[in-house]
Design a protein around this ligand. Structure first.
Ligand SMILES: O=C(O)[C@@H](CO)OP(=O)(O)O
Length: 251
């Protein structure tokens, strides 16, 4: 790759999930996509074709809403065949004791400030989820390779578990000149965007990522974004969807 050529990275948050629709905190609970989510994923793949930006390698979390979104988008782009790598390090933030709880009820019960602190602050995790909860992942065999499964996480924790994988795998594929697609989650992608754009711990609270709309970053040889914030392939749809994510939990 020549010095003048920029590297390409596609970020894709999964399409609407069952629990997005039901307004529940989800985290590591492995919920499926809704029909709308599947349609968003297909549209995401079509947007890639229309923009002429086709992934050469896919990274996903170990959660089916990301895996299925990527599969549908790749099928729509006729790229089903590309190499795939999955890691728990791309999982959604573990939402602790909030997993399975209704966002509006939590906002009403604890108030706006506490709700936003748990939801968007950089370093305040929700209370830990008990291992006996039906929404716990403590005994989930898919995480048998982890020294310990999180019981809760704040965004800082997500960044700390994501960055080693960025350094060891994802960034290397980007720098090899392959167009990399990362299909993941609202908060694991917020961690990635914070890192790429150098967003402060305070400012990251205001950043929301919409479901199913590809966000394309062109990166220079130091992996710095050529355009801060990247480019959503459907800017109008993204603006409306970002607003909706920001307002979750409001009546
Ligand atoms: O519930 C979750 O896991 C996330 C993403 O859907 O929600 P929030 O946007 O509130 O962080």
């Amino acid at each position: 790759m020549t010095a003048s050529t920029n590297y390409k990275l596609i970020l894709l948050r999964h399409g609407q999930s069952d629990w997005n629709e039901k307004n529940l905190f989800t985290g590591w609970v492995d919920v499926p996509l809704t029909d709308q989510g599947r349609a968003e994923a297909k549209r995401g793949g079509e947007l890639l074709v229309e923009a002429g930006i086709l992934p050469d390698v896919l990274y996903t979390s170990r959660l089916k809403r990301a895996i299925v979104t990527a599969n549908i988008a790749l099928e729509a782009a006729d790229r089903d065949w590309i190499d795939v790598k999955r890691s728990w390090r791309l999982n959604e933030r573990h939402y602790g004791a909030l997993q399975g709880k209704d966002k509006t009820q939590i906002r009403e019960e604890f108030g706006d400030d506490q709700f936003m602190l748990w939801r968007r602050s950089y370093d305040t995790p929700p209370p830990e989820l008990d291992d006996s909860s039906e929404w716990s992942q403590a005994k989930d065999p898919r995480y048998a390779d982890l020294a310990s499964v999180p019981r809760t996480e704040c965004l800082k924790d997500v960044l700390e578990r994501f960055l080693p994988y960025w350094e060891s795998d994802i960034s290397k594929d980007v720098l090899s000149g392959r167009t990399v697609m990362v299909t993941a989650h609202g908060n694991s992608l917020r961690a990635l965007v914070k890192h790429l754009d150098g967003i402060s711990d305070d400012d990251i609270a205001a950043l929301n990522i919409p479901t199913g709309i590809p966000l394309v970053y062109e990166l220079d040889e130091n992996l710095k974004p050529v355009k801060a914030g990247g480019t959503y392939l459907d800017a109008d749809a993204a603006a409306a969807a970002i607003e909706a994510v920001a307002n979750q939990g409001k009546k």
